[in-house]
Design a protein around this ligand. Sequence first.
Ligand code: GLC
Length: 444
Amino acid sequence: MPNPLLSRARDILKANDLGTYTVPTHGLYPFQWNWDSCLTALGQAHFDEARAWTEIETLFEHQWEDGMVPHIVFHKEDEGYFPGPDVWNTKRPVPTSGITQPPVAGFTVRRLFERARDRDLADRKVRALLPKIHAWHEWFYRCRDPQKTGVVAVIHPWETGRDNSIDWDDAFSKVPTDGVVPFIRRDTQHANPDHRPTQDQYERYIWLVQAFRNLNWDNTVLHDHSPFRVVDPGFNAILLRSCSDIAALAEELGEIKIAQQSRQRVAAGASALEALWNDDLGQYVCYDRVAGEQIKSASVAGLLAAFAPIPEERMQGLASRIRKLAQTSRYAVPSHDPADPRFDGARYWRGPVWLIVNYMIADGLARQNQTDVAESIVNSSISLIEDSGFAEYYDPITGEPCGGLEFTWTAAMVIEFLSLSATTLEDLKAASGLTNPNEIPIVK
Ligand code: GLC
């Protein structure tokens, strides 16, 4: 009997597929999101490789001339989302937002390439995508690290993908709200307001959008003008992993320059990441570039650093930190330490579990010999889906499904996680259209 979770996951991917891109969920997020699409492609590839490549290609068709890949592509009009294209006003042929998101594309493309059943197709796709992904990475180092520190800053919380994290509370309080044009939020019409960011946070999000719009979205000046400039260890880990992955691909395809430049970025970035380690918390933390100090906040961003090549001692530290967190929450990995009084188990990035983050942490741990902790994250993730379905995120203590439902990247991660679990290998073989599970391990 095929595992019902697999068929369910596949149905969700199909239901949210609009042909050349996939919406994260209907209603709440009716457009294409950057890192959602890349992680979604991993799930799609199990049953339709060509479709998976298209997902990423569509995203890169909207890359800006300066190299940035925007966080949202507004392929068609939809009144049900705020802030829409008129608020961003980026003046693109197809409207996009004006900020970016975690650059997971390099990682995804390598994974798709390595697992490819259609080698010719994969070869062609990677040759075309490689320079574009590299241009995006170089954009980061040029525009978001003007002082050449080796690590990049984000200039808007939405860029991190962890919109309302406790990490931003102090830094974000310096973003004003005066002059924000009154607006009506749409997110709270689709999802429980107790699971979403506050009105005050939304006003600051929009203040930043208006400020950047007034600077004509010119990335040569946005970084220095933004009152919010934060170095996020999880975000940088994703960038470093992607640089390292495209370096490997470039070597294989004989793209020597891309390989060399990417390797240099990884070496510099990995050593710069060290400044984000915090001994008291036993994990990496964010750094406020405006205040010039570490942000003492125990969020999952510091654990996501495991996704990058980091020293063995640090990896062991992260593994023991995750083991400790497991004693305080029923499901791994909470997006914030439940022991922190600011923890909120149902409110978006202030506590809930997100499957995509679990996936990347587990992958990083497994690559660097922490397989037991990696496996416990995978098993916990599967139990969570069995107990609570395919939500956007979950309360780590109660398992309550939160935010949007029938969520695309959650479904994609379920397919990935199930491909790891020995007990489901037979199910995978039986599920029609899925690839040979032996070809798709994520734990190496
Ligand atoms: C929310 C999440 C972000 C995600 C988007 C679409 O804004 O915080 O990470 O990309 O929704 O799913």
